[in-house]
Design a binder for this molecule. Structure first.
Ligand code: PFF
Length: 456
């Protein structure tokens, strides 16, 4: 079931901004800096850039092609292009399940940033002694109701944008918020590198420590790059289905990957110098932006309370907007599926997804507090969602997508999509390289990441 007047993005810039909106998110601000911190600074960044260009970009292209060629939701895309082969008909459901599961816990972290935004507005960091500020995080996440309310608030606004539709909801929101995000991160970066002692943070990011490069580093860099580009989750397939046949997907995909990379690096330079200036361990883990960064604001607040509060407000606003544009793409996957498969109206599909993601999200949120004791396979509910999605399902789905584009779709179809029917000479010339990366390099890389996650 495909409606004839299916919506489309309105042009190249709109495609890049919407896809970059999906890509740029907590992965860039929250995950990338601590990954860099834990895996040896610049050496990790270099591997990450290479992994993005040579492995993730071909996978990204594969997903856009699958979406655009099939012109339908992520599940039906596999069914339609495989001529309803039973395996692909079933596998396609994974593309709906994964983003919906991720939206459950992604919106919990989105909710944390909303709370930290409110905390910044009420000058909480300025009024707390620096050594006590990281404790705020523990007491906040372990409390029952506030994180739940913030999660639901974040999700409600996200779903509200999706309910507005592809053009007047998603596209409009990304067109406004993406440029603002870049401005905000540059302002924060300027502030961060001007802090006394920030130089060692800059050096840390620029100086590669090759001795830190282990097979694990490669696997983490590739995994991070997949996550950051929203691969293996149906989101890019879905957004690809809104891309017009006239668009040059090499340009839009490269534009998205470069924006995502740039933002991650800017975020690294915005966060690491501040972390070093405050004398905090760079490998502090996921708590970096909710514990270490507020520490910097609290410390600065002792001498410059107004500037420090303003920067804290801007910082958490950046986190919220980045998280929201990504969460929008997660929710849209399920919404487009429900609309096209179950014939639901957009509004109803959004309401249903709010209930599902809101409900499971509440469990994830409570797993830091009252449900802390509930352990499944030795993990809390939140950790279980994250682990299953990021370490298993995402990679399985990414592998299926590259195998599908590289081995199931006829070469002629892939060539046709990549070159718009042979009308783009540059694309035509590099097609053999891209096709080789897609068929051989990307699947092997995904399998390596998968096993490294388990065995090392
Ligand atoms: N790419 C997003 C980030 O870096 O935070 C996370 C994400 C969003 C993953 C949407 C998958 C997705 F479909």
């Amino acid at each position: 079931m495909v409606s004839r007047n299916r919506e489309k993005f309105g042009g190249r810039l709109a495609v890049i901004l919407a896809m970059a909106g999906s890509a740029i998110g907590l992965g860039n601000i929250w995950r990338f800096p601590y990954m860099v911190g834990e895996h040896g600074g610049a050496a990790f960044v270099i591997v990450y850039i290479l992994a993005t260009l040579f492995i993730s970009l071909p996978v990204f292209l594969a997903e856009v092609m699958i979406g655009r060629r099939s012109h339908t939701n992520a599940r039906d895309a596999f069914a339609r292009l495989s001529r309803h082969h039973p395996f692909w008909r079933t596998a396609g459901y994974l593309t709906i399940l994964i983003p919906t599961l991720i939206a459950c816990y992604y919106s919990v972290i989105g909710g944390w940033s909303v709370d930290y935004f409110f905390k910044s507005c009420s000058l909480a960091f300025v009024h707390t002694a620096p050594e006590e500020v990281s404790g705020l995080f523990g007491s906040f996440v372990s409390s029952a109701w506030t994180p739940v309310l913030m999660h639901l608030l974040f999700l409600a606004v996200t779903v509200g944008v999706v309910a507005g539709g592809v053009k007047s909801g998603i596209e409009k929101f990304s067109k406004v918020s993406l440029p603002i995000l870049f401005v905000l991160i540059v302002v924060i970066l300027a502030y961060s590198v001007s802090l006394p002692g920030a130089g060692s943070g800059v050096r840390y990011l620029l100086h590669p420590d090759w001795s830190e490069l282990t097979p694990r580093t490669f696997a983490y860099a590739m995994g991070q790059s997949f996550y950051s580009l929203s691969l293996g989750m149906g989101a890019i397939i879905t957004y690809g289905s809104y891309v017009s046949k006239k668009e040059n997907i090499l340009v839009t995909s490269t534009g998205t990957a470069v924006s995502d990379l740039l933002f991650a690096i800017l975020a690294g330079f915005a966060i690491m110098p501040a972390v070093f200036a405050a004398g905090i361990e760079p490998g502090a883990g996921p708590g970096l932006i909710f514990q270490s960064v507020p520490y910097v604001f609290a410390q600065m607040g002792e001498t410059l309370p107004v500037l420090s509060s303003a920067m804290a407000i801007l910082f958490f606003l950046t986190v919220i907007v980045a998280a929201m544009t990504s969460c929008i793409s997660l929710v849209e996957v399920g919404v487009s599926f429900l609309m096209e498969r179950a014939g639901m109206k957009r509004g109803r599909a959004c309401a249903l997804l709010f209930l599902i993601c809101g409900g499971f999200g509440v469990l994830c949120s409570l797993s830091f507090g009252p449900l802390r004791g509930v352990q499944i396979a030795g993990m809390s509910i939140f950790d279980l969602f994250d682990w299953v999605c990021s370490n298993i399902l995402l990679l399985v789905m990414a592998l299926l997508a590259v195998l599908f584009a590289g081995w199931i779709l006829p070469r002629r179809v892939v060539h046709d999509e990549f070159t718009n029917g042979g009308t783009l000479p540059v694309n035509d010339r590099i097609f053999p390289v891209v096709y080789f990366l897609l068929r051989w390099v990307a699947p092997v890389a995904v399998v390596i990441i998968f096993f490294t996650n388990f065995m090392l």
